[in-house]
Ligand binder design. Structure first.
Ligand code: HEM
Ligand code: HEM
Length: 185
């Protein structure tokens, strides 16, 4: 039930997937909103602090998720050969762009050499700082990679819906219901 099998995703992968999806979309909306705030807005400092703190927690979750993914079997993809290849490349792309968004966000936040306080619980040190133009370069990468991530995720969601309604595959249902991982082939 907890682990993946060749027939379906286990509870851990399902939780990682949906908690990450909600967090990532939430961070995008929060990031967009907070960069438009005026200096005297009460959220001017608070919102970026929340954005950075959740972002660091997402980094830890994403590393754990990728490790879990690598030590587990993966459910067999459904669809034509081309579709299966597109799904595989698309999923790797999602992970790569996600890491790019997170790392560039970290590099904006630590460009001045100060670490990140995660909700005041603990600090993450600045390991790479003082590079020429670091904050603005990382800021550009952060913005464009966040847009690419949203576009990839939208295409990915459309593909999932197409598999569900058009092909009547179990692709989407098995990302929700861990019972599929118990099914015998
Ligand atoms: C998937 C995760 C994330 C998404 C989707 C996301 C999205 C965004 C977006 C859309 C903006 C607005 C950019 C702009 O208007 O220029 C933003 C700004 C920002 N993000 Fe993120 N972000 C994520 C993770 C992080 C992380 C992990 C950190 C730091 C640890 C971070 C730090 C920042 C900072 C400091 C800004 C303000 C940049 C500025 O003022 O130019 N973000 N983010
Ligand atoms: C920001 C949003 C999202 C991200 C970053 C994301 C990322 C991913 C990744 C990386 C995988 C591959 C899992 C692996 O091989 O380890 C995956 C699988 C999956 N995702 Fe998403 N996802 C997002 C949103 C959604 C949404 C909104 C839906 C549905 C409408 C969805 C449906 C699925 C399904 C059905 C699978 C399983 C595919 C299979 O079994 O081959 N995802 N997702």
């Amino acid at each position: 039930m907890w682990r993946n099998t060749r027939s379906g995703w286990g509870v851990i992968s399902i939780l990682f997937h949906w908690l990450s999806a909600v967090t990532i979309i939430g961070l995008f909306v929060l990031g967009w909103w907070m960069t438009g705030l005026g200096y005297y807005d009460p959220w001017y400092n608070q919102a970026p602090w929340i954005h950075r703190s959740i972002g660091v927690l997402l980094l830890f979750a994403t590393v754990a998720r990728i490790v879990w993914r690598l030590i587990q079997p993966t459910p067999e993809a459904e669809g034509s050969r081309l579709e299966r290849l597109a799904a595989h490349v698309g999923h790797i792309g999602l992970y790569v762009v996600l890491l790019l968004v997170i790392v560039s966000g970290y590099l904006i936040s630590t460009a001045n050499g100060r670490g990140i306080s995660v909700f005041g619980w603990f600090d993450v040190p600045a390991v790479l700082h003082g590079l020429p133009n670091q904050a603005s370069l990382a800021g550009d990468i952060h913005w464009y990679s966040a847009i690419v991530l949203m576009l990839l995720a939208a295409g990915h969601a459309l593909a999932a819906i197409k598999h569900h309604w058009h092909n009547r595959h179990a692709t989407l249902v098995r990302m929700v219901n861990p019972a599929y991982s118990q099914k015998q082939d």
